[in-house]
Design a protein around this ligand. Structure first.
Ligand SMILES: [Zn+2]
Length: 142
């Protein structure tokens, strides 16, 4: 039987194995879980074959850490953005939404990049309904 050893805050882990970093932020473990659920649900509205398997979408997030910036947008590689994803570093960086609702921040958008394993750009996002899926994920009635 495995021993539970406390090596620091371990309460952040979500079911998909994506975590928030430890720095002060309004993004809680619950907030991240809500965004993860929204992204997984949003993926079911797309026609992208790469997003067809919910278990694989969850698995794609494993090992990622979400870092936050205190403002809604920030400068990343010379561009003003709401978020950025660096798959090779297992990092998602996202601005803090003015509303405080992380589900409506750039976080879900970045989670789609993670679920797509950082396929470059947004080449198929219109065609395969990914923007539509993100919109659906923001709909509180679903
Ligand atoms: Zn993007």
């Amino acid at each position: 039987m495995p021993l539970l050893i406390a090596c620091g805050p371990a309460a952040h882990q979500t079911p998909c194995g994506i975590d928030v970093d430890g720095s002060p932020s309004s993004l809680t473990s619950e907030g991240l879980q809500s965004a993860v659920r929204a992204a997984l649900r949003g993926a079911t509205f797309t026609t992208d074959p790469a997003l067809a398997d919910p278990a694989a979408n969850c698995k794609a997030m494993e090992g990622f850490t979400v870092y936050t910036r205190p403002t809604p947008t920030f400068i990343d590689e010379g561009e003003e953005v709401f978020g950025a994803t660096r798959c090779w570093r297992f990092e998602v960086i996202v601005g803090t939404p003015e509303s405080g609702e992380w589900r409506l921040s750039g976080l879900v958008h970045e989670l789609f990049h993670v679920m797509q394993r950082c396929a470059p750009g947004h080449a198929n996002w219109e065609r395969d309904g990914i923007f539509f899926g993100i919109g659906k994920s923001e709909d509180p009635s679903i």
